[in-house]
Design a protein around this ligand. Structure first.
Ligand code: ADP
Ligand code: MG
Length: 525
């Protein structure tokens, strides 16, 4: 039977050819970010099509900024983005691990092993290593937590910047953690400001918005109050745009205006009756309403972004209402205090509530530095959450991967048939982290790995990884190179998932003719 018409304009590659091309694409991608891994990893300068530049060391940022068309390369980028969403850190590692798993799989394919046998072996290997993580994990504590967050920032910024970001992130998470030890990240707000040093970044209890109360005659500080959040405003309609009036006599417009004004004042009376002390509106508040609010002792804010109103609603346990007319007393939120403060000449509104919220004010001297500071906060907050919620860590510097690979090789011996080879290939693949860390520090990668494996075996300890200063194996617990277990776990899960999905593709049907393959030098495969 001839090929279905639907395939007429389609480029098709299948079997081994498809797999080879797909693996090439995946490898091209992991090669591209390999040099950023670890504290000695280098930065990348990214320039987008509008000429904007970005200097970063963050794997997922590099990948998400790159315009990649190849579907397999996109699968790798998705794996990295998923890692970013779930674990916040370990994004570069995930892609490097997946690339290595695929490269080793290709070697097995060349020896005549079927991709689905390899996929089965990889799945077994993954399940076994995940089962082994509890054997190598350690308990964290307050002091160690800071070290762990600093490890996650290795290679990004400089020492004192890492220290401040780690401290601030941990404190922010400690402010919002609830009695069940769970952390709602949406209760942490990050405000960034240019000017000043990164070291001046601070965390504040409560939500802080770059806003000033609408009149300085209003009270500066309200304690123990009730807040109303309105997804609208307190203003007269604009006659030219918002409504149409048939004016039939002199004074009609004036009396309409007066009636409208009266209705606005009645709305103020209504919230006074409710006992509202603080009012925040998404739209504007008219000047005569402002004076009446001031008279009634209400502190008011206008043009508050909806995202901020939602955050306030969560923090104060309030409901965002569409208008004052439809609001009810039960929509009000409680606040411990609502203050207006000034930091370095800028006005802020600080709301403290029992719903716990924290605001980080991040500083950086230039927009570029501030961008990298924000990305650092993103990573370190994610790591801090895992530490506070879970509290288990593993050794970094590749130590945990070597420890898992050692166990995996012993397990492989018990598996008969060709899957054994796949499990061994998986063990070799996860050791790539030590090799790349060494490579980026100018250390011979093969000797580094062999030395670390030998040291772990001889001392029967899972804590030895590569000391990038000496180039020799070092105890990562003593050196303070530690990471949350969740990052390693998720990196292994994500990398295995994408590697297996790519191995399972044996037919590529491409509807366009001008397909572009990321190319890799011949000797890399
Ligand atoms: P990722 O995006 O995967 O988190 P990073 O560039 O942040 O990539 O590098 C993380 C890796 O660097 C981890 O494997 C971590 O253990 C390792 N690492 C961090 N600091 C050190 C250090 N001082 N010595 C050795 N390895 C380190
Ligand atoms: Mg990292």
């Amino acid at each position: 039977m001839s090929e279905a018409p639907i395939l007429r304009d389609t480029v098709r590659s299948n079997g081994r050819e498809a797999l080879q091309k797909n693996i090439q694409a995946a490898l091209a991608l992991s090669e591209a970010i390999r040099s950023t891994l670890g504290p000695k990893g280098l930065d990348k300068l990214l320039i987008d099509d509008e000429g904007r530049t970005l200097v970063t060391n963050d794997g997922v940022t590099v990948l998400e900024t790159a315009k990649v068309e190849h579907p397999v390369a996109k699968m790798m980028i998705n794996a990295s983005s998923t890692q970013d969403r779930i674990a916040k850190d370990g994004t570069t590692s995930t892609v490097i691990l997946a690339g290595e798993m695929l490269q080793n799989a290709w070697q097995l394919v060349l020896q005549g092993i079927h991709p689905s046998t390899i996929a089965r072996g990889y799945r077994k290997a993954e399940q076994y290593v995940l089962q082994c993580i509890p054997e190598i994990k350690l308990n964290s504590n307050n002091e160690i937590n800071e070290t762990v967050v600093k490890t996650s920032l290795a290679g990004k910024g400089y020492h004192s910047m890492q220290e401040v970001i780690a401290k601030v992130s941990l404190n922010a998470v400690k402010i919002v953690v609830d009695e069940n030890n769970s952390v709602d990240m949406s209760k942490i707000k990050l405000i960034s400001q240019t000017g000043g040093k990164v070291e001046d970044s601070k965390v504040f209890k409560g939500l802080m918005l770059p806003k000033k109360r609408i009149s300085s005659d209003m009270k500066k500080e309200i304690l123990d109050g009730k807040i109303l959040l309105v997804d609208g405003g307190l203003e007269k309609k604009n006659v030219s745009t918002d409504l149409k009036l048939n004016v039939s006599g002199v004074g009609v417009l004036e009396s309409f205006r007066q009636e409208e004004r009266k209705m606005l004042m009645q709305q103020v009376d209504k919230i006074v009756e409710y006992g509202v002390n603080v009012l925040a509106c998404r739209e504007s508040i008219d000047d005569d309403v402002k004076n009446y609010l001031t008279e009634k002792g209400i502190q008011a804010f206008r043009r508050v972004a909806r995202s901020d109103l939602n955050m306030l609603a969560r923090a104060c346990d309030a409901k965002l209402v569409n208008s004052i007319q439809t609001s009810r007393v039960s929509d009000l939120g409680d606040l411990v205090s609502s203050k207006n403060i000034n930091i370095d000449g800028k006005d802020f509104w600080v709301v403290e509530s029992n719903g716990k919220a924290a605001t980080i004010v991040a500083k950086g001297s230039t927009v570029d530095i501030l961008g990298e500071v924000e990305r650092c906060f993103d990573d370190s907050l994610g790591v801090s959450v895992q530490l506070i919620e879970d509290g288990f860590i593993v050794c970094g510097g590749g130590a945990s991967y070597v420890a898992l690979a050692r166990r995996l090789r012993r397990y492989a011996e018990t598996i008969p048939g060709r899957e054994q080879l796949a499990i061994e290939a998986y063990a070799d693949a996860i050791e790539v982290i030590v090799r790349v860390l060494a490579e980026n520090a100018g250390i011979d990668p093969i000797s580094a790995l062999l030395d670390v494996v030998a040291e772990q075996t001889n001392s029967d300890s899972d804590q030895f990884g590569i000391n990038l200063t000496t180039g020799k194996p070092g105890n990562m617990l003593d050196l303070g190179v530690l990471e949350p277990q969740g990052i390693v776990k998720q990196a292994l899960i994500g990398a295995t998932e994408v590697a297996i999905s790519i191995l399972r593709i044996d037919d590529v049907l491409w509807a366009k003719q001008d397909l572009e393959m990321p190319v890799l030098p011949e000797d890399e495969m």
